[in-house]
Ligand binder design. Structure first.
Ligand code: NAI
Length: 255
């Protein structure tokens, strides 16, 4: 007898920011496990290349969409086009995020608004748009937080505030939509080797050494390290788990 507990085959997943880094790692994991995947990213060319590669390398059907998650019209278009192409939506991965490096006393309100809009407002907006489609059959929302959902960060205050908000929003949507059979959970990545991770190493002096010294696993994570938890939270294996935030951090948050 084969287990179907972690089966996501035939399900339709939207991954924002899916063209690189953690989003790419999660999109690859879902496609490899048999889900059809929509790669939605500001970088349309990179999204297209990823969609083509995943379609070639796996049995998944894929679609690329160039979108800015902060745009109301483009967010609506993402859900509409996903339904037009696949006829359903089962899994929403709110992964797109940016980190504006600026001390609070120097940060402009435009910088604040942009960071919070990409990292938090879009999570609410896309979840709200997806709701009526997800509720039709065991929908899953997976939000990407951060270690800065837990810890304060003097150098990236808007980033940390938005990521703290992602955890609270995750709990609130989980409570609101549990009866509709939608599970809403978050992943809190530790320090992961991506474009954003490299930006952090450039902009925050001594970051590489601090991360290696403070992380019990003594290494940066790789996007592939998010694969297992993404499949778990996207599949029936997590059907009675909602509103939680799972660190994937080599022990960083408990050391
Ligand atoms: P990344 O910079 O490698 O990838 C982010 C992707 O999001 C890019 O493809 C980018 O084009 C896309 N994107 C950015 N703004 C967008 C927008 N407005 N609309 C649509 N797409 C947009 O970054 P990474 O590291 O893969 O980050 C992904 C998520 O993981 C982010 O939410 C980030 O905050 C979070 N994270 C990353 C950590 C790390 O160490 N790399 C640690 C904790 C959380």
């Amino acid at each position: 007898m084969e287990s179907t507990l972690f089966d996501v085959s035939g399900r339709v997943a939207v991954v924002t920011g899916g063209a690189s880094g953690i989003g790419l790692g999660i999109a690859t994991a879902l496609a490899t496990a048999g889900a059809n995947v929509v790669i939605a990213d500001l970088n349309g060319d990179a999204a297209q290349a990823v969609a083509e590669k995943l379609a070639a390398d796996t049995s998944a059907e894929t679609m690329a969409l160039a979108i800015d998650v902060t745009s109301t019209e483009q967010a609506e278009g993402l859900i509409t086009k996903t339904l037009e192409r696949f006829g359903r939506l089962d899994i929403l991965v709110n992964n797109a995020g940016i980190g504006i490096h600026c001390r609070p006393e120097e940060m402009t309100m435009e910088q604040w608004d942009l960071n919070v809009s990409v990292n938090l407002r879009s999570v609410f907006h896309l979840s709200k748009l997806a709701y009526e489609h997800l509720r039709d059959g065991g929908g899953k929302i997976i939000n990407i937080g951060s270690m800065y959902s837990i810890f304060g960060a003097g150098e990236v205050p808007a980033y940390a505030a938005s990521k703290g908000g992602v955890v609270q929003l995750t709990k609130s949507l989980a409570v609101a939509w549990a009866e509709q059979g939608i599970q809403v959970n978050a992943i809190l990545p530790g320090w992961i080797n991506t474009g954003l991770g490299a930006q952090g190493r450039r902009e925050m002096e001594g970051l590489n050494e601090r991360v290696l010294a403070r992380t019990p696993a003594a290494r940066w994570g790789e996007p592939e390290d998010l694969a297992g938890v993404a499949i778990f939270l996207a599949s029936a294996a997590s059907n009675f788990i909602t509103g939680v935030s799972i660190p994937v951090d080599g022990g960083y948050s408990v050391a």
